[in-house]
Ligand binder design. Structure first.
Ligand SMILES: *[C@@H]1O[C@H](CO)[C@@H](O)[C@H](O)[C@H]1NC(C)=O
Ligand SMILES: *[C@@H]1O[C@H](CO)[C@@H](O)[C@H](O)[C@H]1NC(C)=O
Length: 172
């Protein structure tokens, strides 16, 4: 009996994805959240004695219901590109599970479309550096589905995929 080639390819791909569990990628996330933080652009924060007030919510240019799957929000402190340079342990990787851009959790809360605010004291062990604030919205399966951040689109434009992440999931 001949097995149609198409069937083989499909089942191979399925088993590959099942075992490698290739996760959510940053570039797949919709930027629907508006995020602001109290420090001015370029301001240097001293660990241990600076407060950041972060506000976030749904960008109202998106239709009501865009956020219907959003369950929780995690707000994080992220390294700006200048503070990632030559530091592989802070590297931006498109696959969210491997991304090291945003290592510091500021707060996690149930999702609400508006009136979210949180004041955080920069912890003493936060290294001096240039940061921005990013918020991720998660769905009921605890997967990132959307984000917003304090910087403009530049950060996204500068995104350089990790070459080691470019292998097809089947090869790993
Ligand atoms: C809201 O979304 C629109 C459309 O994507 C975008 O042009 C605008 O800059 C966003 N506003 C903010 C404050 O992020
Ligand atoms: C958000 O805050 C504004 C002003 O404080 C208030 O008028 C509004 O009802 C609040 N919205 C929600 C959803 O709590």
């Amino acid at each position: 009996m001949e097995i149609p080639a198409g069937f083989l390819v499909v089942s191979l791909l399925l088993s590959c994805f099942a075992t490698t569990g290739y996760g959510v990628t940053f570039t797949s996330l919709q930027r629907t959240l508006e995020v602001t933080a109290s420090p001015k652009e370029g301001q240097v924060l001293k660990a241990g004695d600076a407060d950041i007030t972060v506000t976030w919510g749904l960008n109202r240019t998106f239709q009501a219901g865009t956020d219907s799957a959003y369950k929780t929000v995690k707000v994080k402190l992220c390294y700006a590109p200048i503070s990632q340079k030559d530091r592989s342990w802070r590297k931006t990787v498109d696959e969210m599970k491997k991304d090291k851009t945003c290592l510091v959790k500021i707060v996690a809360k149930p999702y609400s479309a508006s009136n979210n605010s949180f004041t955080w004291t920069v912890e003493r062990d936060i290294p001096t550096g240039t940061y921005f604030v990013r918020a991720y919205a998660f769905n009921a399966h605890d997967e990132e589905v959307a984000f917003g951040q304090t910087t403009n689109d530049k950060k996204r434009d500068e995104f350089v995929p990790d070459p080691s992440n470019h292998r097809s999931p089947c090869i790993t």
